[in-house]
Design a protein around this ligand. Structure first.
Ligand code: C2E
Ligand code: MG
Ligand code: MG
Length: 523
């Protein structure tokens, strides 16, 4: 499989894997959200019923207290009028009765003659509250009433009013007082026994329904259970998953499209790069390296630029990755070298001590004939080898005997060698010692951190100390502020480059710069 196919297969696998992960994550999140939503909705319903029941019981007790305090003759017309007025207050009151001892003497509300004659009460509370649960003994016109007596009056309540709050056709609710079922809605609802349902919401997979139990125990222990079939939930869930799948599919298509566009761009850049190399459109631009104390230019770094036919420029961070993946880095180095050697005689005339840095790639260090080629070209261009300093990135050094031999060879041929972007790799002092190098270039990241509280701001001091102990020259890269330059100088760093002094310049602009007329054509 060639490289392109491998990239395509990897991209497709990534897209499929990513889509599956996306759909899985979306489905899980939407399931959680739907369940939470259901949870909130059904819990609110159960809470509403429980609180309403508690309110009704409280209001009934207050009504009964007020009736007991009336100073009217019991079972008189005035007493009836008061009881009727109280009964009219609430739709859930079906009858109000008056008791003497254990006899319900007179009552209002129900059709005359259907007086309730409940047997012994179901509950007698220490507070004086007496309760009869709905049963055939409290049944009037087929509705079993809930009877509550306090003092010498009672109220017969229609318990259906307790549980009529906001249920949808699919939902059923049950109300328990003191663990005894008071009522349900609908009346024939099949509800699980109370002790089979833990508090909170759960999905009962066997019964395929969602159950919620809400308990309230402020006055009387009240329990409400609301159940609903799970199919509605699953239905909503399925539609959510379908939406997630559609969104995931769409995204992965976009992803694939992005990859295809990127590959096409890379392919076009690849052929553009090959053409540029063969046409000589890759040229060297120069970023001055200055003496920090005097501001005098002591050299420059040659940086590759690809000039398009339309005159636009492509910077190395765009085309170098393509050159690297296509194995074209040695060609780029040679192109920059040729451009540099063509410019150098004129530059050296302006400043004979100038040293121009050439960036080498790790591919160059794999080529045993590289030093020889460089020497030949220098001889042809009549340029002394000490005018060219070679920059090798720290990452290209990783435990490589070939790199070590190359460095030795370069130095034997008269070149100085600098380690570029120092601090971005993993080199230690003892490791650096094993290479015969002359200069350490401190990466811009560390220069940026000067004066900041970041950890990197302390690292630069260690790098400087380390370079000094190895007796290496130090060049700081990416200096943008005067304060950075001053700090570096105080630390004993003598050379630097950066926008503070100059951006990379064309050969012509660099010559002007050397003549003391900078800022003509800049990158
Ligand atoms: P590098 O070798 O570390 O070069 C320094 C880079 O930092 C250059 O970017 C330069 O323009 C930029 N720079 C310098 N001072 C400042 C500053 O004050 N602020 C900011 N923001 N940037 C500054 P450039 O030219 O885009 O090159 C990027 C990298 O590409 C280089 O980093 C080098 O690793 C590589 N490169 C460039 N030309 C060549 C080449 O001919 N051969 C090889 N192998 N690599 C090259
Ligand atoms: Mg460099
Ligand atoms: Mg660098």
């Amino acid at each position: 499989m060639n490289r392109r196919k491998r990239i395509l297969v990897a991209a497709a696998l990534l897209a499929i894997g990513g889509t599956l992960a996306l759909i899985g994550a979306t489905a899980w999140i939407s399931w959680r959200e739907a369940f939470e939503e259901e949870n909130t909705q059904i819990t609110e319903l159960a809470r509403g019923i429980a609180e309403r029941t508690e309110r009704i019981v409280l209001e009934a007790r207050n009504t009964l207290l007020a009736l007991d305090e009336l100073e009217v003759e019991r079972c008189s017309a005035a007493h009836f009028a008061e009881m009727e007025a109280a009964a009219m207050q609430h739709p859930w009151i079906k009858s109000i009765g008056h008791w003497r001892a254990d006899e319900r003497l007179c009552a209002t509300g129900l059709a005359q003659g259907t007086a309730l004659k409940p047997p012994q009460a179901d509950r007698i509370y220490p507070s004086g509250l007496i309760a009869w649960w709905p049963s055939r003994h409290t049944s009037v016109a087929g509705v079993e009433l809930f009877l509550m007596r306090f003092g010498n009056h009672d109220i017969a309540m229609d318990p259906r009013f307790f549980v009529d709050a906001g249920l949808t056709g699919q939902q059923a609710a049950g109300l328990w007082l003191e663990n005894l079922m008071l009522t349900s809605n609908p009346p024939d609802a099949v509800l699980p026994p109370l002790d089979a349902i833990p508090p909170g919401v759960r999905l009962d997979q066997a019964e395929e329904r969602i159950e919620s139990r809400f308990s309230l125990g402020r006055m009387l222990p009240i329990d409400v259970v609301v159940v609903e079939p799970a199919d509605g939930f699953w239905h909503r869930q399925n539609s959510l998953i379908r939406t997630a799948a559609a969104v995931g599919g769409g995204l992965s298509l976009l992803w694939l499209l992005g990859i295809v566009i990127l590959l096409r761009y890379q392919l076009s850049l690849r052929s553009e790069l090959r053409d540029a190399i063969s046409r000589g459109d890759i040229t060297a631009w120069y970023q001055p390296i200055v003496d920090l104390a005097t501001g005098e230019c002591v050299g420059a770094e040659a940086l590759a630029r690809l000039m398009r036919e339309d005159g636009s420029l492509i910077n190395p961070d765009m085309f170098l990755p393509v050159a690297e993946s296509e194995g074209l880095m040695p060609d780029v180095t040679l192109a920059v070298m040729d451009s540099l050697l063509a410019d150098l005689p004129a530059l050296l005339k302006l400043n004979p001590g100038l040293k121009i840095n050439l960036n080498l790639s790790s591919d160059d260090l794999q080529d045993p004939g590289f030093g020889q080629q460089l020497a030949l070209r220098l001889a042809t261009a009549k340029v002394p080898s000490h005018a060219i300093k070679l920059e090798i990135t720290e990452r290209a050094l990783i435990n490589d005997e070939a790199a070590r031999a190359h460095i030795r060879d370069f130095r034997a041929r008269g070149h100085k060698v600098a380690i570029d972007d120092f601090g971005t790799g993993y080199s230690s002092l003892s490791y650096l010692e094993t290479f015969e190098i002359d200069t350490l270039k401190i990466d811009k990241t560390f220069v940026d951190a000067i004066g900041a509280e970041a950890v990197t701001s302390h690292v630069i001091s260690h790098i400087i100390d380390m370079a000094k102990s190895l007796k290496l020259d130090i060049v700081a890269e990416g200096i943008e502020q005067q304060a950075q330059a001053e700090w570096l100088e105080r630390q004993g760093v003598h050379q630097g480059q950066g926008y503070l002094y100059s951006k990379p310049l064309t050969a012509r602009a660099f010559r002007r710069y050397l003549r003391g007329r900078p800022n003509q054509t800049m990158a």
